[in-house]
Design a protein around this ligand. Structure first.
Ligand SMILES: Nc1ncnc2c1ncn2[C@@H]1O[C@H](COP(=O)(O)OP(=O)(O)O)[C@@H](O)[C@H]1O
Ligand SMILES: [Mg+2]
Length: 138
């Protein structure tokens, strides 16, 4: 599924579509260059999931946990991870297989640890405020 947005105001509509596209799948990976809008979109997606807490980039902590009504949402940013051992030390299995929603930025850094199935969200920059979102079910 491919959607072009022209500005930030279009993101809530994309978040609704992603939620519908995902069905029961709880693992989401976000691909796109630095500045594509992964964190920005995740903030909007978290609102759709019912999270009121401030969502920020977890760059310095690798994972942030947010509470939705009756489930947990884990937001990962693996950009700064140095080796796969750091993911083991973090206890990635309990997150990826624990039944909560996982939103993963820079998944290529932990590629060999990703579950067999997930939703891939690719974001490409068109211009300053326009983006193309593509959803794939893997
Ligand atoms: N349509 C859009 N969708 C997402 N971000 C956008 C859009 N238009 C402009 N931006 C801007 O692009 C930047 C994206 O940054 P960020 O979300 O941190 O990217 P990433 O997490 O992919 O590195 C933000 O400054 C955001 O305001
Ligand atoms: Mg980011």
């Amino acid at each position: 599924m491919k959607i072009q947005v022209n500005n930030l105001d279009d993101l809530p509509g994309v978040a609704d579509k992603l939620l519908a596209f995902a069905g029961n799948q709880k693992i989401f990976i976000f691909d796109g260059e630095m500045g594509a809008g992964k964190t920005t979109f995740i903030k909007t997606f978290c609102k759709v999931l019912g999270i009121d807490d401030t969502v920020s980039s977890p760059t310095y902590s690798i994972v942030n946990e947010y509470k939705a009504e009756n489930e947990s949402v884990y937001h990962f940013d693996f950009y700064r991870i140095k080796n796969i051992q750091e993911a083991y030390d973090l206890g990635y299995e309990e997150y990826f297989y624990g039944g909560g929603i996982c939103l993963i930025e820079w998944p290529e850094k932990v590629e060999e640890l990703l579950p067999e199935h997930y939703i891939k969200v690719e974001i490409s920059i068109v211009d300053d405020s326009a983006r193309i979102f593509e959803f794939t079910s893997i």
